[in-house]
Design a protein around this ligand. Structure first.
Ligand code: HEM
Length: 513
């Protein structure tokens, strides 16, 4: 009787088993692929919304393109669950951007985006572009002119490069520049590779739904390894420790009169609020978690997208010829590509877009939480429910794409230009942060609260930097498998918070002397 106990008018779905509810039922539907499991459950129960329980937590899996967009754009679904994953990362408090919600999240997300922008984040910025290009060139140089340290040899071995970490440096150094207006020189790159490894460890520590750890946090004490708890905490620690020193140094050397970087803007606000108010959402710990939250996707998701794109290029070699033809025609070989070239390199750009659709990196998004009792698709959704959108269902919807199973960058190109309006994919989620003042703004504690949504806070940085790095990489190299044999099968996917493939070596043959 308990197994079939459900909230009234809750979406249909599998029954609950003791302790874990329907968690193992979903896992059994498609091991290592919860998006596919969701599609199978939706078929089995003939529904667009699957309702089930993860232990005591009601979970709604949204499996329909229209309803996915609706969830991502409705304010009452902007919450996040308070879980062991969010707490284990940050001093057992709910800190950062990813896992916070309400006033705290609005304030901190808005402040970080607003002031990181001053230092080039989320917009075109020559200084940032130069850094990313410079570091990409250093990586290319390691192949062309040889490595200089043992650490470099772990990433570049003659004509072989180790993916995804070959790409870590330019992505991460660019972000560090936004935070503190300094970058790590080539002899210090090992610190950035360490961040890349920590980020990947964190991403692989659990799955889209947080795994068994979220339902029964106590298993962390019994099975710290199998439950993913050790990787979760060590992966995060690797990133947050890196920032602890930088933040301490910025606080120790802070002067009111001179703003040196984003950290200073944050410290200024923190000091002001601490003096004027009894309570503040600003703290050094929170700054550390903001940095961690912006860094772990920068040090893993963008690299993994390019890595899986290279795997695709090995599977469909004609893609490589088209990219090379376009780069040679538009950019030539005497200078590196810039963001100005983006609109004139439609095929190169479309390959990245198509990759983001074809291989949904975050298959079930990052689960949202219903912040009050509400309805969706004719069903009742109780307050506190976890709501996960199946982005794979959207990205593989035949009604939208016609032939979703084909990797076909041309689908975005009309009259030799990328037509952004044709790109109905939502790899970064949805819900634009409003930049102008709409009616309905609420002022809380002297702040305008936008009704900004959960849209990925790094979308623009990700798109810009992926284009720059991928275009420069392809201009420089012809890519082939390490053993020289054609690649016929994609690698096994590892389901984590994002989907990854195992690290691997590829051969790159310089095209430019
Ligand atoms: C290919 C690369 C990336 C993909 C596919 C991606 C995708 C996503 C998705 C699906 C979400 C969850 C949206 C939701 O809750 O509905 C998200 C959130 C987020 N992403 Fe990204 N992301 C990428 C790169 C980045 C980068 C490079 C950064 C930072 C520079 C970043 C920062 C964030 C942050 C801070 C959030 C949390 C936003 C919030 O909860 O308010 N992401 N991303």
């Amino acid at each position: 009787k308990k197994a079939y106990n459900r909230h009234e008018n809750f979406p249909p779905g599998p029954p609950s088993l003791p302790i874990y509810g329907a968690y193992w039922i979903i896992v059994a539907k498609a091991f290592n692929n919860l998006a596919l499991a969701t599609i199978r459950l939706a078929k089995e129960y003939n529904t667009k919304l699957v309702g089930l329980y993860l232990g005591p937590i009601p979970l709604v899996l949204v499996n329909d393109s229209t309803l996915i967009k609706e969830v991502l754009n409705r304010e009452e679904f902007d919450g996040r669950l308070d879980t062991v994953i969010s707490r284990a990362r940050g001093f057992w408090k709910i800190l950062g951007i990813f896992f916070t919600d309400g006033f705290f999240w609005h304030t901190q997300r808005r402040f970080s985006l607003r002031y990181m922008r001053d230092w080039g984040f989320g917009r075109r910025c020559n200084a940032l572009e130069e850094t990313i290009t410079h570091d990409t060139k250093e990586m290319i140089d390691m192949v062309q002119n040889g490595t200089t340290t043992d650490e470099e040899k772990k990433i570049v071995n003659g004509n072989l490069i180790y993916l995804p970490h070959f790409f870590d440096v330019p992505f991460v150094n660019g972000l560090v520049q936004v935070f503190v207006q300094k970058t790590f020189a080539r002899k210090e790159y090992s610190q950035l590779w360490r961040l890349g490894k920590s980020a990947l460890k964190f991403q692989r520590s659990t799955n889209d739904l947080g795994g068994a750890l979220v339902i029964t946090p106590w298993i962390k004490n019994l099975f710290p390894n199998i439950s993913g708890y050790n990787d979760l905490t060590n992966g995060t620690k690797g990133i947050s420790d890196f920032y602890e020193e930088l933040i301490k140094d910025a606080i120790d050397t802070y002067e009111d009169t001179h703003e040196r970087h984003f950290f200073d803007a944050y410290i200024k606000k923190m000091k002001q609020e601490t003096e004027e108010n009894q309570r503040t959402t600003y703290s050094a710990e929170q700054l550390q978690l903001i940095c961690t939250d912006y860094t772990f996707p920068t040090a893993s998701a963008t690299e993994m997208t390019l890595t899986i794109l290279l795997e695709r290029i090995l599977l469909q070699p004609e893609l490589q010829d088209k990219i090379h033809e376009e780069l040679d025609r538009v950019v030539g070989r005497d200078r590196m590509p810039t963001l100005d070239d983006r609109q004139n390199l439609p095929f190169t750009e479309a390959c990245i877009r198509e990759m983001l659709r074809f291989e949904t990196l975050v298959p079930l998004g990052v689960p949202h939480r219903a912040m009050n009792d509400t309805t969706l698709g004719g069903y009742d959704i109780p307050e506190g429910s976890s709501v996960a959108v199946n982005l794979v269902a959207l990205h593989m919807d035949e009604k939208i794409w016609g032939d979703p199973q084909n990797f076909r960058p041309e689908r975005f190109i009309v009259d030799g230009k990328v037509q952004v309006s044709l790109d109905k994919s939502l790899p970064f989620g949805a819900g634009r942060q409003r930049t102008c003042e709409p009616s309905g703004y609420v002022i809380v504690h002297g702040y305008y609260l936008t009704s900004g949504r959960r849209l990925c806070a790094g979308e623009t940085y990700a798109r810009h930097s992926m284009f720059l790095i991928f275009a420069a990489f392809m201009q420089a190299f012809q890519v082939s498998t390490a053993d020289g044999k054609p690649l016929t099968q994609p690698a096994k996917r590892i389901q984590g918070i994002i989907t990854t493939i195992p690290e691997f070596w590829v051969r790159v043959t310089p095209r430019i002397g």
